[in-house]
Design a protein around this ligand. Structure first.
Ligand SMILES: [Zn+2]
Length: 439
C-alpha cells in the first residue's frame, strides 16, 4: 500500500511541471546616500509568512525620513507561491560552495551581489522559527533547540567595520522588542551561534556570508506558535530596533498593535493589476473565476503585476492560474488564453448619469446605473449582462443603460454579487477590463 502511495505521488509530481525559480524584487527606499543603508529581507523560506508579511507591511506603511532601506520582500518567491519551505532544498544553506548547476544559483548570486554592494551597511534577515528559544532547557516548546522569538548573530564583533559591534546592536534591538512584549512567554533572547567556531550548518547561511564579507548581519525569528499578525508585530519591532541603532529615521502610518496589523494585512481595498490590462480586488473574490482572459503564450509567473502589496503572484497550477497574496490563495482562475492588445487606455462611461473618463483597467463604483459609451473599433462584453432577445455570439454592450438588477449575480467576480467584468475586445484580441462595482 505504501509503495502504491509513493508511486502515485511520484507520478503526480512527474506530470505537474515543477515551478521554475523566480528572481526576487528589490525595492529601494532612498532619501540620502550619505546616510546608512539597511538591507532588509524576508521569505528565504516560502512557508515563513511572518517575514514576508513584515517586509510587505514595512513597504506599504513606513516612510523613510532619513537614510536608506533596500527591501527584498520575498527572496524565495516560487516557494512562497507553493506554500513550501524550499522547492529546491533549503535556500538558506546555499551560501557556501554552491554548484553553478543549482536551479537557484542565479538567485543566490543576486542576493550575494546585494549583500556585498558597497552602499549596504547593515543586513536584517527575517525568519519564522519553531517554539520559543531559551538558553536553558525549560519545556519541549521552550529550549535551546527552538528558534522562535530570538535575535541571532554569528559572532559578537566585526573588527574595523561601521556598526561592527553586533553584540551591542542586537542586545538593544531585543530590549526594544522586550519593552513591547504582548505576553511574558514571548520574551526575546539573543542567540549567538558562534558560527566561525565550527557551526557547519550556519556557515552555509546568508548572514554568515555577509559576516565573511565584513557586513554586519542580524537575523530575527518570530515564533510559528504565534498568529501571523503577532509574528509581523515582533518583526516590525526588530526592524524599528535596528533602524534606531543605525540612525535611519522613519515614520509609520499606524499604531503598532497586532489588531492594526491584522486589519492592514487583510486590507479590503488592495487590488492587483495584471499585465496592465486587468484589475482584481485581492479580497472578496469567488473561489473560482471562469472563462477569465489571460495572455496567450506567456509564462504565468512572468506576467507583469502591479499592486500596493509586494507579495502578490500568479501560480500556474494544473490548468488553472492561482492568485496568491503571500501564502494566501485569493482565487483560482480558469483561464481563457487570448492575445492581449494594450490599445485602449481610456473609455467613457456614464456613471449614475455623470460622464466620466475611465482609465483601463480600473474599478468603477456605481450607485444606480452605468452606460459604457461606444468605442470606435472595439466591442464590450459585460459578463453577466445579457441583451434581451439577442442571439448574436459577439455582443457589443455599449450604449445601453444597465442597472444592478440587469446583471446575473452568479457571473459576478465577487462573492457578494456586486462586481462585474466589462471586457473590451478589438477583433479577436483582448484590449482590457473595467470592473463595475455596484455599491
Ligand atoms: Zn527561516
Amino acid at each position: 500500500m505504501k509503495k502504491i502511495i509513493i508511486l502515485s505521488i511520484l507520478f503526480t509530481f512527474a506530470l505537474s511541471k515543477p515551478l521554475a525559480p523566480i528572481d526576487f524584487d528589490v525595492v529601494k527606499e532612498q532619501t540620502n546616500t550619505k546616510s546608512p543603508t539597511l538591507l532588509l529581507m524576508g521569505g528565504i523560506q516560502g512557508d515563513e509568512p511572518g517575514g514576508f508579511n513584515a517586509t510587505n507591511m514595512f513597504l506599504m506603511h513606513y516612510k523613510i525620513i532619513d537614510g536608506n532601506v533596500w527591501v527584498v520582500p520575498v527572496l524565495n518567491k516560487h516557494s512562497m507561491l507553493m506554500n513550501h519551505r524550499g522547492l529546491y532544498d533549503d535556500m538558506n544553506r546555499k551560501f557556501k560552495n554552491l554548484s553553478s548547476s543549482d536551479p537557484e544559483y542565479f538567485i543566490i548570486k543576486h542576493i550575494e551581489d546585494l549583500i556585498t554592494d558597497k552602499e549596504v551597511n547593515v543586513i536584517l534577515h527575517l525568519h519564522d522559527g519553531s517554539g520559543f528559544y531559551r538558553p536553558k532547557y525549560e519545556t519541549p516548546l521552550l529550549n535551546p533547540n527552538r528558534w522562535g522569538n530570538c535575535s541571532i548573530i554569528d559572532q559578537k564583533k566585526l573588527e574595523n567595520v561601521k556598526f561592527g559591534d553586533l553584540n551591542t546592536i542586537v542586545n538593544k534591538m531585543t530590549s526594544h522588542i522586550n519593552d513591547n512584549l504582548l505576553e511574558p512567554i514571548h520574551k526575546y533572547y539573543v542567540r549567538d551561534t558562534h558560527t566561525a567556531k565550527g557551526d557547519k550548518e550556519m556557515e552555509k547561511a546568508l548572514t554568515y556570508f555577509a559576516i565573511r564579507n565584513k557586513k554586519p548581519a542580524f537575523a530575527n525569528e518570530a515564533s510559528k506558535e504565534l498568529s501571523l499578525e503577532k509574528r509581523v508585530y515582533y518583526h516590525l519591532l526588530a526592524i524599528e530596533g535596528i533602524l534606531d541603532q543605525v540612525g535611519i529615521k522613519y515614520e509609520r502610518d499606524f499604531k503598532l498593535t497586532p489588531n492594526n496589523i491584522y486589519r492592514l494585512i487583510n486590507d479590503k481595498t488592495l487590488d492587483v493589476k495584471i499585465n496592465d490590462s486587468i484589475i482584481l480586488p485581492l479580497y472578496g473574490l469567488r473561489p473560482v473565476l471562469n472563462y477569465f482572459p489571460m495572455p496567450k503564450d506567456a509564462q504565468i509567473t512572468t506576467i507583469p503585476l502591479s499592486s500596493k502589496a509586494h507579495i502578490v503572484g500568479l501560480l500556474p497550477r494544473n490548468n488553472q492560474v492561482w492568485l496568491k497574496y503571500g501564502n494566501k490563495l485569493m482565487t483560482r482562475i480558469n483561464p481563457d488564453y487570448i492575445e492581449f492588445d494594450h490599445s485602449v487606455k481610456n473609455i467613457q462611461i456614464k456613471v449614475d448619469g455623470e460622464l466620466k473618463n475611465i482609465e483601463v483597467p480600473s474599478i468603477v463604483e456605481v450607485k444606480e446605473n452605468f452606460e459604457i459609451l461606444p468605442i470606435e473599433g472595439y466591442r464590450v462584453n459585460i459578463i453577466g449582462y445579457v441583451i434581451p432577445n439577442d442571439k448574436s455570439k459577439k455582443p457589443n454592450e455599449t450604449g445601453i443603460l444597465i442597472h444592478h438588477k440587469d446583471c446575473i449575480s452568479k457571473f459576478s467576480i465577487d462573492k457578494a454579487g456586486k462586481i462585474f467584468r466589462a471586457e473590451i475586445y478589438k477583433g479577436d484580441k483582448f484590449s482590457g477590463m473595467i470592473l463595475i462595482k455596484f455599491l
